[in-house]
Design a binder for this molecule. Structure first.
Ligand code: HEM
Length: 526
């Protein structure tokens, strides 16, 4: 029998009411039947909700995938923070098949037909709330707009400027001018050693700023180091994008700044720097009395037809759109160019074939290659396509919501409301379209039969598909063709000592960049 003076653990924690439930004989807890029943019910409910429902009885339980991914949102987050998200999802598809549950309510598809169903114009899937992170200045841009219909209305106002003929008219000359500045830097580099990643980043930054605000107000990051901090910080911030994506409220907090150090803190400010940069440029542009006389996307937006309510585009909306295009167009293009020149440096035989093809072309009075000629070159287009296939530069987070009634993908039913994604990296590894899918093999695009080519093209979606396909793809393809064409006509490249398969491992960051955040190559003028 417990003495009146003996103390229990409940005294220690001072839980006065609990004494009512302690046996005076044994000192043990005596739980009244009603409380016991409530506790058991609670435990069963918890087990059912956290374990049995997601694993066996829930609407998504039959979808293949790792059990842990079905149980917890954090399982994929773990690989995401390690910057291995895309690689992991690819691995799961090889193990579990074309449809995989990657989070309790999130599914990816790898089959090209399923990919097309998700993104097709006919399907009209909405985007998820994830894209709200990309809204800026309090305004949704094209990329962050959730609703299909609203997105279409916005796109109609600017899509014309991104058609092929308009891009050639408004941007070809500025791209050529920036290429000349870039090649000069390559040629003047000490010992010919160049970090191409940073310089391609500067190149695509200059092209984008000039396209967006007009040549006169664009940057000179290639030759002027004062214009580079923005580029460098945006590049470094790639390492931390999974924190921003998974824990947006925690990102940039005092706690993370202390835990991750000054590099994290500094790059966390990159977004704010871009915002201020855009605001400054808009003010400069507005106070320029000649701003209507030269092309810029900003000018197009300022004079776009007003909405049905008669309102022109708001200043904040225009700023939001320009910020998004700047980031979307800069890092993707720089990453693609980096992987392309790296692959060519690893495969000198392809470099020689490319040079042979380029050097046989006629040049203009100004010693330029014509875009039409470049578009028709089999080797140039094969090396570009093969690089876009193996190293797609976007994040693979094209989240959409399965619409009402649910859908069946490759025989697997996915309920309405589920987040669905077609990661293009995984679609590009489709073994029935691409034999030896993990090898960089441009030959496949040259020697394919008509039937093989059809299958490859169906599975080749580096710019996405459908209504939300990359608006900048014509600009990107023009930059790639003109730059790679001009560069390899004039020079050769070789791997620098610091450049290895490990340093070039492609991270699962927002723009899929090389792990070392650099790529050193030797340039030899020929
Ligand atoms: C090699 C370079 C590029 C690649 C691989 C690429 C890839 C992509 C992909 C896959 C998407 C679709 C995302 C989704 O479905 O959610 C996309 C959208 C987009 N891209 Fe690109 N892109 C590139 C260059 C550019 C350039 C140069 C611009 C210039 C403006 C640009 C601007 C955009 C915009 C604004 C969107 C959103 C379109 C919308 O939601 O309607 N991209 N890009």
């Amino acid at each position: 029998m417990a003495s009146e003076n003996s103390s229990t653990v409940f005294d220690f924690f001072y839980l006065p009411h609990i004494h009512n439930y302690v046996s005076h004989e044994s000192g043990l807890l005596v739980v009244p039947p009603s409380l016991a029943a409530a506790l058991v019910f609670g435990a069963v409910l918890l087990i059912y909700t956290l374990l049995l429902e997601p694993l066996f009885f829930g609407r998504s339980a039959q979808i293949p995938g790792p059990k842990l991914a079905g149980l917890s949102w954090y399982y994929l987050t773990y690989f995401d923070l390690k910057l291995k998200r895309n690689e992991k999802i690819g691995e799961w598809h090889r193990k579990y098949g074309p449809v995989v549950r990657i989070r309790p309510n999130e599914v990816t598809v790898a089959d090209p037909a399923d990919f097309r169903e998700v993104y097709d114009t006919k399907s009209k899937y909405d985007k998820t709330k994830y894209f709200k992170r990309f809204a800026l200045y309090g305004e949704d841009n094209l990329f962050s707009t959730e609703k299909y219909v609203e997105h279409q209305a916005k796109k109609r106002k600017i899509a014309h400027d991104y058609t092929k003929s308009r891009v050639v008219l408004n941007a070809e000359a500025l791209v050529r001018e920036r290429i000349a500045a870039l090649l000069k830097q390559f040629k003047e580099a000490p010992n010919g050693l160049v970090d191409v990643f940073i310089l391609f980043d500067c190149f695509s930054h200059d092209v984008m700023t000039r396209f967006l605000y007009g040549e006169k107000h664009g940057t000179n990051a290639i030759e002027d180091r004062n214009d580079r901090p923005l580029v460098v910080n945006l590049k470094r911030s790639q390492i931390y994008t999974p924190i921003w994506v998974n824990f947006p409220r925690l990102h940039g907090s005092w706690l993370l700044n202390r835990m991750l150090g000054p590099e994290y803190e500094r790059t966390g400010e990159a977004g704010g720097d871009v915002k201020r940069h855009i605001e400054t440029i808009m003010r400069k542009h507005d106070s320029d009395p000649h701003h209507d006389e030269f092309y810029s996307l900003y000018r197009t937006m300022r004079y776009a037809k007003p909405d049905a309510d008669g309102k022109p585009m708001s200043r904040n909306y225009m700023a939001s759109e320009m910020y998004d295009h700047l980031k979307a167009g800069q890092q993707t293009t720089a990453s693609t160019l980096t992987y392309l020149t790296w692959r060519l440096s690893r495969h000198p035989e392809w470099q020689r074939r490319l040079q042979h093809e380029l050097r046989a072309l006629p040049v203009s009075d100004t010693n330029d290659l014509s875009l039409a000629d470049l578009e028709a070159l089999p080797v140039l287009n094969a090396v570009i396509r093969e690089t876009l296939r193996l190293h797609p530069a976007a994040s693979g987070r094209g989240e959409r919501i399965v619409s009402s009634g649910g859908r069946t993908y490759s025989g697997v039913f996915v309920p309405a409301g589920t987040t669905i994604i077609g990661p293009n990296l995984v679609v590009h590894q489709n073994p029935s379209a691409f034999s030896d899918a993990f090898s960089w093999c441009p030959e496949r695009w040259i020697n394919a039969s008509a039937e093989e080519m059809k299958a490859m093209e169906y599975s080749f979606v580096p710019f996405g598909h459908g209504a939300r396909i990359c608006i900048g793809q014509n600009l990107a393809m023009m930059e790639l063709r003109l730059l790679v064409g001009s560069m390899y006509r004039a020079c050769s490249t070789e791997l620098g000592e610091s450049c290895s398969d490990d340093s070039m491992y492609q991270l699962g960051s927002l723009a899929a960049v090389p792990r070392a955040l650099k790529c050193e190559l030797y340039f030899k003028e020929e």
